[in-house]
Write a protein of this length. Structure first.
Length: 164
């Protein structure tokens, strides 16, 4: 299991590309950031994702950054960030990067969604004190053909083995 330690925080902050802003008039295709995606084997059979780049875009209420905000997943990340002295985007970025780059589980969701769900557990430390604050799982759903981020959210479990 990957753990973010206080000594890693400065290095991690320089490794991540800053998120692009999604303003009211920003196009749905505007890039927020890119993540490396690990190739993997779907835990429930079916398609297996290839390695490459997963693109996180502004999107709309059905996918991307705007979907995360519309579904109040940003508030879930705010709660997850409590006590770490980081903002929700830092925690979301950390969780999304971990889930996509070093997933504990990948599942393929068959029709009608044709998506992959990646999940991983991260350990969150207070940025200033180095004290462990909590461990939490993050799930990231990506499109099965375009590999764009559909959604991301904290969870108490890894991606479901359900097929739809």
């Amino acid at each position: 299991m990957w753990v973010a330690k206080k000594s890693d925080l400065n290095a991690m902050s320089t490794m991540s590309t800053p998120w692009g802003a999604c303003g009211v008039s920003s196009d749905a295709q505007k890039l927020v950031t890119n993540f490396h995606r690990d190739a993997g084997t779907s835990a429930n059979g079916g398609r297996n994702p290839s390695s490459g780049t997963t693109t996180f875009k502004c999107g709309n209420s059905g996918w991307g950054y705007r979907h995360i905000v519309a579904r109040n997943h940003d508030d879930q990340f705010v709660s997850m960030a409590a006590g770490t002295n980081q903002n929700w985007r830092d925690i979301a970025d950390l969780g999304m990067a971990k889930a996509l780059n070093d997933p504990a589980r990948i599942t393929y969701r068959r029709p009608p969604t044709h998506t992959f769900c990646y999940s991983a557990e991260i350990s969150l430390y207070n940025k200033d004190t180095g004290q462990l604050v909590r461990k939490k799982k993050v799930q990231v759903v990506i499109g099965g053909s375009d590999y764009n981020v559909v959604s991301a959210y904290p969870s108490n479990s890894h991606c479901s083995m359900a097929t739809s």
